[in-house]
Design a protein around this ligand. Structure first.
Ligand code: MG
Ligand code: MG
Length: 261
C-alpha cells in the first residue's frame, strides 16, 4: 500500500534527505586514490550523528555499516572494507539517514583518478537516466513512464539496466511501496499522485545487465565484471510536479563541478 505524504511530512523528509546530501558532500572530498572504505564509513557515521540523525542502513536487515560502497563491477550493496581505492576506480556510495522518524536515501558514483572514457560515459548516462526518470514524476503520469524513460536512455547509449534491484517508495520505512523498476513500458503501472515520495535509483551497467550476489550475502556484482554506476535521489510530487528533496550540490561544491543539476 502506498503511503502518500502530507506537505508537512515532505518537509521533514527533505531534512532527512539533506543529512545524506551533506554527508555525500563531505565524502566527495575524501574519495581519492588510497582512501580506505572503512574510514569513510566511520567518517559518515560520525557526521550523520553530529547532525542529530541516525545512520539509516546500520543494523537494518543486519547491515553492518553506515555506507554501502560499491567499487567498479559492484553495482550496489558493497560492504566497506580495508582495500584502498585505486587510480581509475569508480565508487558508488549509497547512504541512508533517519531524521524526524523519516528516511533519507541517496547515492552518487564518484571517479577516482583517471577513469576510462567509456566508464566516464557510463556515469554521465546513469546520472542523466536519473533525471530523465525524475522528469516523468508528474501527477497523472504512470510509473511505467518513469521506468521507460530510464531504460530507454540507458539502452540508447548501449548500456544495460539491472533488473533484480529497483527503486522504491520512501518514508518512515526505507523501502515502501511502490517498487520503482528502472525498466518498463510507457502508460503501464500505477498512476502517480500528489504526495508520492520515491527513491529513484538507476543501476546501469557497461556490459550485461545480469548480476550475482557474492557469498557475503550483500555485494551485488555484474556477471561479466564490467563496471556499473548508481545514482539516487529522493523525489516527492508537490503541486503535481517532481520536487527533488536530496541534492548533489554539496558533492559538486566539493568537487568544483559547476552547472549541473
Ligand atoms: Mg540508496
Ligand atoms: Mg534506495
Amino acid at each position: 500500500m502506498i503511503k502518500y505524504k502530507s506537505p508537512e511530512e515532505i518537509e521533514l523528509m527533505r531534512e532527512a534527505a539533506l543529512v545524506v546530501s551533506r554527508t555525500l558532500g563531505i565524502l566527495a572530498k575524501e574519495v581519492k586514490i588510497g582512501a580506505i572504505p572503512n574510514k569513510l564509513d566511520k567518517l559518515a557515521e560520525e557526521y550523520i550523528r553530529d547532525q542529530g540523525a541516525i545512520p539509516g542502513f546500520l543494523g537494518l536487515y543486519d547491515c553492518p555499516s553506515t555506507l554501502l560502497i560499491s567499487v567498479n563491477q559492484t553495482v550496489v550493496h558493497g560492504l566497506p572494507n580495508e582495500r584502498p581505492f585505486e587510480d581509475g576506480d569508480v565508487v558508488s556510495i549509497d547512504c541512508g539517514s533517519i531524521l524526524n522518524g523519516y528516511y533519507g536515501d541517496h547515492a552518487y558514483t564518484f571517479e577516482v583518478g583517471n577513469v576510462d572514457p567509456e566508464i566516464k560515459k557510463l556515469l554521465k548516462v546513469t546520472k542523466e537516466c536519473l533525471y530523465k526518470g525524475i522528469e516523468q514524476m508528474h501527477a497523472g503520469n504512470r510509473l511505467g513512464d518513469l521506468s521507460f524513460a530510464i531504460q530507454n536512455h540507458a539502452e540508447k547509449n548501449g548500456f544495460g539496466v539491472v533488473r533484480e534491484l529497483v527503486g522504491h517508495g520512501l518514508g518512515k520505512s526505507l523501502h515502501e511501496d511502490p517498487q520503482v523498476p528502472n525498466f518498463g513500458r510507457k502508460g503501464k503501472g500505477k498512476v502517480l499522485k500528489e504526495g508520492l515520495v520515491l527513491a529513484i535509483e538507476p543501476m546501469i551497467t557497461q556490459g550485461t545487465y545480469r548480476v550475482r550476489q557474492l557469498d557475503d550475502g550483500w555485494t551485488i556484482n555484474t556477471v561479466d565484471n564490467k563496471a556499473a554506476a548508481h545514482f539516487e535521489h529522493d523525489v516527492a510530487i508537490v503541486k503535481g510536479k517532481p520536487e527533488i528533496l536530496s541534492t548533489f550540490d554539496y558533492v559538486y561544491e566539493a568537487l568544483g563541478i559547476k552547472e549541473e543539476k
